[in-house]
Write a protein that binds this ligand. Structure first.
Ligand SMILES: CC(C)(COP(=O)(O)OP(=O)(O)OC[C@H]1O[C@@H](n2cnc3c(N)ncnc32)[C@H](O)[C@@H]1OP(=O)(O)O)[C@@H](O)C(=O)NCCC(=O)NCCS
Length: 291
């Protein structure tokens, strides 16, 4: 089907007070999509979606936009600018106005912004079962990079010998940034500091040296380690993961198979996509729902 453009659609920066309507649209858009494919909704309630968008709309390091037609908000999108690489999402359009090029305009707005602010690259995580978003992002120049499994549960193995997991502290950030730079070529220190402030960030130590960290074991958190053992220690240290789950790169067979053997369940398949700079990561890592 060739979509017709939504008439009179304009894109403008999001205001914090837009979070209520945008969160309701976000909840409805994901529930409608996921339920039609027999997947659980990404957000448990409209309030959770509203809270997530309120955080992003008011955060100084996020660039957020809304789509409006005749004064009525019909969608939104966010760009996480906390790192050298910018992360897109969540992007949602009201199901009543989908497939009319509003999503394309919302994507164009954040990729234009990333180019103007000289981001080295832009990344996102896509619901692998969604034909439309896959086509939209690929059509805008995003490359498929990594297949992911969103996984949830509690591991049978509750610790990894030789690995000590503890809460991350502000003085750990530099060691964690060094791990990230070694694995990815850039650091995500601002995200990590947000995770420490929220009490969600953890580090893993081997022989009193930091060998892995997570900003949060959650849909919205990322993790990096020297080896799979470091990630296994982090994953085994919590009883469940925030939101729908953690994102495990399925080409990391050893880690994915360990997760399965330990009782974690696949919630949904997803795909990491990128445009601009991309380095094949060296080390063990879990992306966030942003990248
Ligand atoms: C994903 C979403 C934001 C896209 O917004 P939208 O306004 O519906 O999409 P658009 O009309 O702008 O773009 C759809 C594009 O995909 C194309 N497309 C749709 N289905 C397609 C298919 N099966 N094969 C090939 N192309 C397809 C359309 O032709 C259009 O491309 P074009 O602009 O080059 O013609 C929206 O559908 C949504 O909110 N979905 C639910 C939430 C969601 O999935 N968010 C993204 C998470 S990854």
């Amino acid at each position: 089907m060739t979509p017709h453009a939504q008439p009179n659609c304009v894109i403008r920066p999001a205001k914090t007070e837009d979070a209520t309507i945008c969160g309701q649209i976000c909840y409805k858009a994901f529930c409608t999509l996921n339920q039609s494919h027999n997947f659980p909704c990404d957000f448990p309630s409209p309030e959770v979606a509203i809270g997530a968008l309120r955080m992003m709309f008011s955060h100084p390091c996020f660039y957020c936009v809304v789509a409006e037609t005749e004064g009525r908000i019909i969608g939104s999108n966010c760009l996480d600018e906390r790192s050298t690489i910018a992360g897109v999402g969540p992007i949602t359009v009201d199901p009543d106005t989908q497939n009319r090029r509003v999503g394309r305009m919302l994507m164009q707005a954040v990729t234009d912004r990333a180019r103007e602010s000289n981001a080295a690259g832009v990344r996102l995580v896509q619901a692998a079962f969604h034909n439309r978003s896959l086509s939209l992002y690929a059509g805008l120049g995003f490359d498929v990079r990594e297949p992911l499994a969103c996984m949830q549960g509690k591991t049978l193995q509750r610790a990894v010998p030789g690995c000590n997991v503890r809460n991350a502290r502000p003085e750990d950030v530099e060691a964690c940034n060094a791990l990230s730079r070694r694995a990815h070529g850039f650091d995500r220190g601002r995200e990590l500091r947000d995770g420490i402030q929220d009490g969600k960030a953890l580090v893993v130590e081997r022989e009193d040296r930091i060998t892995g960290y997570t900003s949060s074991l959650a849909f919205f958190g990322h993790s990096t380690g020297e080896t799979n053992a470091d990630l296994r220690a982090l994953i085994a240290s919590v009883d469940s993961f925030g939101g729908p789950g953690i994102l495990v790169p399925t080409r990391n067979s050893a880690l994915f198979q360990w997760c399965l053997a330990n009782g974690l369940r696949v919630v949904q398949p997803m795909t990491l996509m990128s445009t601009g700079l991309y380095n094949e990561p060296a080390g063990a890592w879990l992306p966030s729902i942003s990248f």
